[in-house]
Design a protein around this ligand. Structure first.
Ligand code: MG
Length: 258
């Protein structure tokens, strides 16, 4: 099932997207928290503005260096345990929304195409074998990173957490094998990243288990599962598109702050 959050000019609503990614059937309520029913109203993806499919009420947990080829390209070792960081929900934007580069703070902004996991049930201290039960679904994330701030600050709060630095979308896919998707990122149409989730150092079940040992996970929490090799800098005026075959495409233009 594909669940989109969108607006036709009024308040955001949710809908089920068909297999072709073209038609939307509106539902009542928020599928993350409520039982949903079809309203009978249908529209098309082209006629609405898609929004980030989830705005986490609690937290986004990022995972660093979870693909060996990406850790190597950055000159880093693969950590023995998943390396976690937090991103504020104010960083989230939707498909098509501009990523605003604050040019007074950074001159080295990079894209990172990633599979994102959305938690559906409150949980704590769960084992990897139980992880599937707490997953609501999956979407695509761009873990936008200011490399100069990442290196200079000594921690990653600003580098990855600034406003608009966490595009999510285009919708949530509830049924896929998270270790069997390709992740392809294009910069202005040129393929930069061509990875596969089977190459994660720590798989999704292990990441959820690890995170739940430190944090209570709540419905709507998002886990960014790390990026494969091929990251690169993006300038204002360029566009980044991330394809995950089983989900769709997340596309965002990058612009300079005023
Ligand atoms: Mg990342």
């Amino acid at each position: 099932m594909r669940i989109a959050r969108y607006t036709e000019g009024d308040d955001p609503v949710y809908g089920l997207v068909d297999a072709d990614g073209k038609k939307i059937a509106e539902v009542t309520g928020d599928p993350l928290y409520q039982r949903i029913e079809l309203t009978g109203r249908t529209t098309t993806v082209d006629e609405v503005r898609l929004l980030a499919p989830v705005i986490p009420r609690s937290k986004i947990i990022g995972i660093g260096r979870n693909y060996a080829d990406h850790a190597a390209e950055m000159g880093n070792e693969v950590p023995a345990e998943p390396m976690m960081f937090l991103v504020p929900n104010t960083a989230v934007v939707g498909p098509g929304d501009p990523v605003v580069i604050p040019t007074e703070l950074t001159s080295k902004v990079s894209f990172e195409g990633e599979l994102a996991v959305i938690i559906g049930r409150m949980c704590k201290d769960i084992e990897p074998e139980e992880a599937k039960k707490v997953i609501f679904g999956y979407t695509i994330a761009n873990d936008v990173t200011a490399r100069d701030l990442q290196r200079g600050d000594g921690q990653w709060a600003r580098a990855k957490g600034m406003d608009t630095f966490c595009p999510l979308g285009p919708w949530i896919e509830t049924d896929l094998d998270p270790q069997d998707v390709s992740i392809v990122t294009r910069l202005d149409g040129e393929v930069a990243q061509d990875g596969h989730s089977s190459d994660m150092v720590h798989g999704v079940a292990a990441l959820i288990s690890h995170a739940s040992k430190s944090f209570t996970l709540l419905p709507g929490d998002v886990i960014l599962t790390g990026t494969p090799a091929g990251v690169g800098l993006v300038d204002p005026g360029q566009r980044v598109e991330i394809d995950i075959d089983a989900i769709g495409t997340l596309s965002n233009p990058f612009v300079a702050s005023e």
